[in-house]
Design a protein around this ligand. Sequence first.
Ligand SMILES: *[C@@H]1O[C@H](CO)[C@@H](O)[C@H](O)[C@H]1NC(C)=O
Ligand SMILES: *[C@@H]1O[C@H](CO)[C@@H](O)[C@H](O)[C@H]1NC(C)=O
Ligand SMILES: *[C@@H]1O[C@H](CO)[C@@H](O)[C@H](O)[C@H]1NC(C)=O
Ligand SMILES: *[C@@H]1O[C@H](CO)[C@@H](O)[C@H](O)[C@H]1NC(C)=O
Ligand SMILES: *[C@@H]1O[C@H](CO)[C@@H](O)[C@H](O)[C@H]1NC(C)=O
Ligand SMILES: *[C@@H]1O[C@H](CO)[C@@H](O)[C@H](O)[C@H]1NC(C)=O
Ligand SMILES: *[C@@H]1O[C@H](CO)[C@@H](O)[C@H](O)[C@H]1NC(C)=O
Ligand SMILES: *[C@@H]1O[C@H](CO)[C@@H](O)[C@H](O)[C@H]1NC(C)=O
Ligand SMILES: *[C@@H]1O[C@H](CO)[C@@H](O)[C@H](O)[C@H]1NC(C)=O
Ligand SMILES: *[C@@H]1O[C@H](CO)[C@@H](O)[C@H](O)[C@H]1NC(C)=O
Ligand SMILES: *[C@@H]1O[C@H](CO)[C@@H](O)[C@H](O)[C@H]1NC(C)=O
Ligand SMILES: *[C@@H]1O[C@H](CO)[C@@H](O)[C@H](O)[C@H]1NC(C)=O
Length: 678
Amino acid sequence: MTRPNLVFPVIATTWCLLLLQAGSSSPPPQTAPAPALPPSNPCIARERDALLDLKAGLQDPSNYLASWQGDNCCDEWEGVVCSKRNGHVATLTLEYAGIGGKISPSLLALRHLKSMSLAGNDFGGEPIPELFGELKSMRHLTLGDANFSGLVPPHLGNLSRLIDLDLTSYKGPGLYSTNLAWLSRLANLQHLYLGGVNLSTAFDWAHSLNMLPSLQHLSLRNCGLRNAIPPPLHMNLTSLEVIDLSGNPFHSPVAVEKLFWPFWDFPRLETIYLESCGLQGILPEYMGNSTSLVNLGLNFNDLTGLPTTFKRLSNLKFLYLAQNNISGDIEKLLDKLPDNGLYVLELYGNNLEGSLPAQKGRLGSLYNLRISDNKISGDIPLWIGELTNLTSLELDSNNFHGVITQFHLANLASLKILGLSHNTLAIVADHNWVPPFKLMIAGLKSCGLGPKFPGWLRSQDTITMMDISNTSIADSIPDWFWTTFSNTRYFVLSGNQISGVLPAMMNEKMVAEVMDFSNNLLEGQLQKVPENLTYLDLSKNNLSGPLPLDFGAPFLESLILFENSLSGKIPQSFCQLKYLEFVDLSANLLQGPFPNCLNISQAGNTSRADLLGVHQNIIMLNLNDNNLSGMFPLFLQKCQNLIFLDLAFNRFSGSLPAWIDELSALALFTVTIKYVHR
Ligand SMILES: *[C@@H]1O[C@H](CO)[C@@H](O)[C@H](O)[C@H]1NC(C)=O
Ligand SMILES: *[C@@H]1O[C@H](CO)[C@@H](O)[C@H](O)[C@H]1NC(C)=O
Ligand SMILES: *[C@@H]1O[C@H](CO)[C@@H](O)[C@H](O)[C@H]1NC(C)=O
Ligand SMILES: *[C@@H]1O[C@H](CO)[C@@H](O)[C@H](O)[C@H]1NC(C)=O
Ligand SMILES: *[C@@H]1O[C@H](CO)[C@@H](O)[C@H](O)[C@H]1NC(C)=O
Ligand SMILES: *[C@@H]1O[C@H](CO)[C@@H](O)[C@H](O)[C@H]1NC(C)=O
Ligand SMILES: *[C@@H]1O[C@H](CO)[C@@H](O)[C@H](O)[C@H]1NC(C)=O
Ligand SMILES: *[C@@H]1O[C@H](CO)[C@@H](O)[C@H](O)[C@H]1NC(C)=O
Ligand SMILES: *[C@@H]1O[C@H](CO)[C@@H](O)[C@H](O)[C@H]1NC(C)=O
Ligand SMILES: *[C@@H]1O[C@H](CO)[C@@H](O)[C@H](O)[C@H]1NC(C)=O
Ligand SMILES: *[C@@H]1O[C@H](CO)[C@@H](O)[C@H](O)[C@H]1NC(C)=O
Ligand SMILES: *[C@@H]1O[C@H](CO)[C@@H](O)[C@H](O)[C@H]1NC(C)=O
């Protein structure tokens, strides 16, 4: 539910999030499609006409409603299901269909409509039609992420048979409600999803929800709620199983024991998410009463500890306490956990000290152990290897030291994420060891892996992100490297003594997007780089020869090649790298004029539009210490984002263009222009 806490450079963060973030709110309710009608009763004409009116008002660019023609609306029309019993249209499911436009009032002719979903369409920020409140038979109404906006019509409170209501609203300008009194009439409501609906002025929210005795699942994620649930404590919500109030500011910061959270008394409550709620302090003792809890999500708060009663949570399986302010000895904290065996323990980003316990104790069933970014010290105990279901082991950025051997890892067949960066750990394994696992992410920065290139990595051809920088490898890059890691998107190998040459096949076979091989002993020529590469850092190696005539990577944003022995001209193809932001070619042997990027437009067309397309994004251009000559690079006039420009120690000639002042005015605060004529 949260991102893994491997320490990778910022550049990977978003990517990493996409890869691993799993939503922590429950899925919206699903309605099972009813079996099709016998053909004898194809469709009630009045209802078919109503559907045709509806279609006429809708925009349907992808022709999702193409099947809406002919008489047999019950059997043949996409998304329409009729009641087997009475032949009336009972269900209308038009989800993620690219539909928008107007909803015709004829919809009201569908008097037996029990279930309607318009989720994931785009109604262009229009309000939810009030007329939905007149569809009296409605049980399941799903309007999530459909780009409705404005006031949630209180008319929905007339749908007294409603069981599920999903108004999740993270798209577009968004929905709001100033009070939830209308909800209190929905006595049958079981599932309510209002994530993203602005409720910042709906101070009555808790009171109104308390009128819903059937409520089982509640999401009020990111609703801007400010006031917590007030006493008195008698609560009607005895059916509540899942509550998600994450991302609400409340009166932050909130001393958690002062917040009155009657949840802990709900007899069936299994899941509570209160992430990013500004909660402070120690969780209250009375939460130990909440023995039905399975999932407790409290990441991103300011909590400082667990109550002594925590042990009573004998059903707890998933505990998320990352990015809080819990200090003290980790062993003492682990002693407070219930005995039943957690599946997930997230404690990264706290201030825990001490060392891991000598016995695995109650941690034996863990799938995810995420304790990065603390101050935990000591060895990695051998019992880690007994956690046979582990998929994610993240110990980065602590004070662990010592050696991890293949015996620690020999039974971890399910391991996908291994994060050991920023400790003082060495990994020692036989060169021919084939681990039982296939990693997706290996964060091993600053571990001792060398001096030989670790042979066990050869089997890890599933890795998408790998950081083995600063790992004391002093070896040539093995032949298998380029094939094993041809599916790796993110490589960091910097700060080793890795030697060898870059192969010619990188362009066709590798999917890499980020390659940082800086500060090694690579030599030979730079060939075409992987097609989708955006970040290339080969600085501080010993590459020689000319730059490739064609880089082969049109999306390149960073090209960092300083301190090599590259020679020859900067090729004209440089001008085609139109997403470039950071360019550092300093301290090489490049010569000749800078290519004239102003003139590279298609077919010699130098219209103004073409000129503007070239290199507008450049933020840094460092050409210091080469042998470049010719005029000042004129294309820079178009680079309004330029912050750093260094042309010193070259043989450029001529006068500085007058517009250079203009350029420095446009740039941010630290314009550095050096133009030294040698
Ligand atoms: C939602 O509608 C608004 C208003 O028409 C539009 O500007 C916006 O692009 C839409 N947003 C999404 C995410 O579809
Ligand atoms: C439905 O609700 C609205 C607003 O809550 C109310 O004004 C209206 O009278 C109700 N309509 C019916 C038919 O009950
Ligand atoms: C929610 O509504 C309040 C009051 O109308 C407004 O001040 C606030 O900016 C809104 N919040 C968001 C996230 O739109
Ligand atoms: C409990 O719900 C009933 C109706 O469902 C309501 O009358 C009563 O006021 C509620 N109790 C509290 C404490 O809100
Ligand atoms: C909850 O647990 C506490 C002890 O931690 C106990 O005194 C109390 O009676 C229980 N019930 C409630 C409603 O707090
Ligand atoms: C964390 O807790 C310590 C006391 O243990 C306190 O001094 C510090 O201010 C807290 N930090 C934050 C960010 O709340
Ligand atoms: C690992 O998971 C399996 C089910 O997936 C379970 O049967 C087994 O007991 C688990 N092992 C441990 C050590 O919890
Ligand atoms: C490299 O690793 C060593 C040993 O772990 C560490 O002391 C040093 O700070 C690391 N250097 C960098 C640049 O991370
Ligand atoms: C580059 O990215 C595109 C779009 O994501 C993809 O279709 C293509 O296969 C990728 N090329 C390589 C070599 O990975
Ligand atoms: C760099 O490569 C050149 C040959 O291209 C070689 O003569 C030189 O010794 C290398 N320098 C280092 C530090 O390896
Ligand atoms: C573009 O190139 C042509 C010749 O190829 C030259 O005459 C012209 O001056 C160049 N334009 C600019 C803006 O550099
Ligand atoms: C240059 O491009 C413009 C539009 O981008 C076009 O109208 C014009 O015909 C082109 N000229 C040449 C010589 O290709």
